[in-house]
Ligand binder design. Structure first.
Ligand SMILES: *Cc1c(COP(=O)(O)O)cnc(C)c1O
Length: 393
């Protein structure tokens, strides 16, 4: 008999009743150090006082009015995002997938309105993840995500990751946009080099092609800059965000330059919930904290500490771990042992990590993680690796 919850997930046999900062607690009191943060969502950990305050105050006043009316919390969040980024304008969604939908629509509408309606093709990359809608799976293009769901939304071309010659050859009179994650998340924490990002920007400038960054996972201070592309010093024309911006409340957005957004006039797009007062009240509270230079400085300092300890871990367990990649507190441990086995061995030690493609485990702690918790997590990984090897022998 089919379970009452559609069985599309492989869930771990863990169930939490409470969260406190970087810790999740089961009903029997067992505590887990959370290095997954709900897949880079709980940017400020669990039950952060400022977010609890923002949500509960707003909950007592007004939850939802629809976008038929002015929403001051939404206006404030858009203003702050515009002040702090390349963008001139923002549309609010409830998820990364919805942000992908709008980014694709915006790029196509741009060329339609510029009198080049044949420029509809979106170039994407192998290993990417942009959500599970029809556009999202067509964008990723992998068999794992698309098989059985045809006919796929047309107009997406997948190229090899970081193959600049292939991109140069692929951009032609039909290309609307290049869509890329500056650091692939689901694909296994694969960062695109600064030189690659610069190369894409130059190519887009030379051909008019729109550059779309998917920062749903790597954005919102995760890498130690407010947005990951800032490390390379290149800006997109359109950017998708979600995950961290809501700190656990479902919230996403598409940020764009005035030119890239020029086709999106009244009536061309909408969302019932997107940007509602509850979500935006939380988003404002998250952004206020994570955009502080001192907060970003701490993320970078702690990232350095975590990376240094992980180097030691790899040296001590060269048979289990291979290497580290990523930026800031978005780190991937490329494994020699099977990543799923290490994640499960971590559960036994009280540590939560997240597997990704390419035999990687993701370390995505709350950005508020403490030095002591970093040391504890690496200690748990050390024990997990030791047990794994013993059990295998
Ligand atoms: C999670 C993710 C998405 C999809 O976001 P949802 O909120 O799950 O719809 C899209 N792109 C990237 C890079 C992601 O990590």
């Amino acid at each position: 008999m089919i379970p009452s919850v559609l069985p599309t997930y492989n869930r771990a046999p863990l169930s939490f009743v409470k969260g406190e900062g970087s810790w999740l607690i089961e009903a029997d009191g067992r505590r887990f150090l959370d290095f997954g943060a709900g897949i880079a969502v709980n940017a400020l950990g669990h039950a952060h006082p400022a977010l609890v305050e923002a949500l509960s105050t707003q909950a007592g006043q007004l939850w939802h009015v629809s976008n038929l009316y002015q929403i001051p919390q939404q206006q404030q969040l858009a203003d702050t995002l515009v002040e702090n980024t390349f963008a001139d304008t923002v549309f609010f969604t409830n998820s990364g997938t919805e942000s992908c939908e709008l980014a694709v629509k915006m790029a196509r509408k741009y060329w339609h309105d510029k009198g080049q309606p044949n420029r509809t093709e979106i170039i994407t990359f192998e290993g990417s993840f942009h959500g599970r809608s029809s556009a999202g799976i067509a964008a990723a293009g992998s068999e794992k995500m698309t098989k059985g769901f045809g006919p796929l939304l047309p107009g997406f071309t997948q190229l090899q990751f970081a193959d600049h010659d292939a991109v140069e050859a692929a951009v032609d009179a039909h290309t609307a946009a290049i869509l890329i994650e500056p650091i692939q998340g689901e694909g296994g924490i694969r960062p695109l080099s600064d030189a690659c990002l610069k190369g894409l920007r130059d190519l887009c400038d030379a051909t008019g092609t729109l550059l779309i960054f998917d920062e749903v996972q790597c954005g919102v201070a995760r890498t130690g800059k407010l947005f990951a592309h800032e490390w390379a010093g290149v800006a997109p024309d359109i950017m998708m965000i979600a995950k961290g911006i809501g700190g656990g409340f479902p919230l996403g957005a598409v940020l764009a330059t005035e030119d890239a957004a020029s086709g999106m006039t009244a009536g061309t797009h909408g969302s019932t919930y997107g940007g509602n007062p509850l979500g935006c009240a939380v988003g404002n509270a998250v952004l206020k904290i994570v955009s502080e230079p001192a907060f970003l400085g701490e993320v970078n300092r702690k990232a350095g500490l975590l990376r240094q300890k992980l180097e030691g871990l790899i040296a001590a367990h060269a048979d289990v771990f291979d290497s580290i990649r990523g930026e800031g507190l978005m780190l991937g441990l490329k494994c020699k042992a099977t990543n799923i086995d290490i994640v499960q061995a971590g559960y036994s030690q009280g540590l939560l990590t997240v597997p990704a493609a390419d035999n990687v485990i993701r370390l995505l702690p709350a950005l508020t993680i403490t030095d002591d918790e970093i040391a504890q997590a690496v200690g748990m990984l050390d024990k997990a690796a030791t047990h794994l090897v013993k059990d295998a022998a």
